[in-house]
Design a protein around this ligand. Structure first.
Ligand code: T3D
Length: 265
């Protein structure tokens, strides 16, 4: 198909596949719009309880398409391009959309994830990667800083020493090494990636979506809080969740020794 992002739904799991394989699914404005539209539709559809992001072909996403006129350096004599335009209108809303999804989001990293493509994956709730996948903070190699949330994410995920090493050197980090240093959730055999991802997605889809989305917001939000503030935030969230259907259902199912049926979103 010629759509820039393919959407396929299997039960409660929606898979969005970045689809510019000839350019390793690097981002154009059109692919940004298509991905955002896919995420918006998933967020609005109560039948979707987990989203999977993956890439068509041999790559996951090579970051910004460097040939795109929006970012390609100006020719001599032309005024310089302001990259903040692409960041503010495309990358920032994408990260915010991911962080506000009402359901868990899994990145199934099937191949190289570079620049904004690496950080796109790291903004998801789970990163599962195939053995042949890799992660590259490519920004410094072209004279930029990590974007798409990289400056915020990297030190929180792997600590300052590794964050600086990855960001300054821009080396290709193989998926197994990414798992070893805690950058991603899991590295699996390439042949097992689709199945492992489907299993995880089905499992998450059966869990209380509202609590999972609140868990993401709480864990990210607590990074900027003192312990006392975090304790207050936890109280406020339990107060909200504790009067919702899923809590009653979870406790009732536990008491009755049966599987819960969660519906809040
Ligand atoms: O404000 C802003 O918008 C700035 C935005 C910043 C966000 C960013 O993401 S900055 C970082 C941008 N990305 C990169 O710097 C990565 C560039 N790509 C690479 O370094 C390599 O392609 C990879 C290491 C990712 C993969 O290498 P390899 O050898 O497996 O593949 P390849 O041969 O380099 O790429 C295959 C094709 O995809 C090739 O096209 P061709 O020659 O077959 O026609 C290549 O040009 C194309 N491609 C790969 N990455 C990009 C790309 N085309 C445009 N933009 C790309 N980023």
């Amino acid at each position: 198909s010629d759509s820039l992002v393919l959407a396929t739904q299997q039960g409660p799991v929606l898979t969005l596949t970045l689809n510019r394989p000839a350019a390793l699914n690097s981002f154009t404005e059109g692919m940004h719009q298509a991905l955002r539209a896919g995420l918006d539709a998933a967020a609005a559809n109560p039948e979707v309880r987990c989203v999977v992001l993956t890439g068509a072909g041999r790559g996951f996403c090579a970051g910004q398409d460097l040939a795109d006129p929006m970012v390609a350096p100006a020719a001599p004599g032309e005024p310089p391009k302001d990259l903040a335009l692409a960041i503010n209108t495309l990358y920032k809303p994408l990260v915010q959309r991911l962080k506000s999804m009402p359901v868990p989001v899994i990145a199934a990293v099937n191949g190289v994830a570079a620049g904004a493509g690496a950080n796109l994956a790291l903004n998801c709730d789970f990163v599962l990667a195939g053995q042949s996948a890799s992660f590259i903070q490519a920004f410094a190699k072209i004279g930029l800083v990590p974007d798409t949330g990289g400056t915020w994410l990297l030190p929180r995920i792997v600590g300052r020493a590794r964050a600086l090493g990855l960001a300054m050197l821009g080396d290709k980090l193989p998926a197994a090494e990414a798992e070893r240093i805690g950058l991603i959730w899991k590295c699996v055999d390439d042949a097992a990636l689709a199945d492992e991802c489907a299993k995880l997605a089905q499992r998450l889809a059966a869990m209380p979506a509202k609590a999972l989305a609140a868990t993401r917001a709480a864990i990210d939000g607590a990074q900027a809080l003192t312990l006392d503030q975090a304790l207050d935030m936890e109280a406020a969230l339990q107060s909200q969740l504790g009067s919702a259907h899923d809590y009653l259902e979870g406790v009732a199912a536990f008491g009755a020794k049966r599987a819960p049926v969660f519906t809040d979103r």
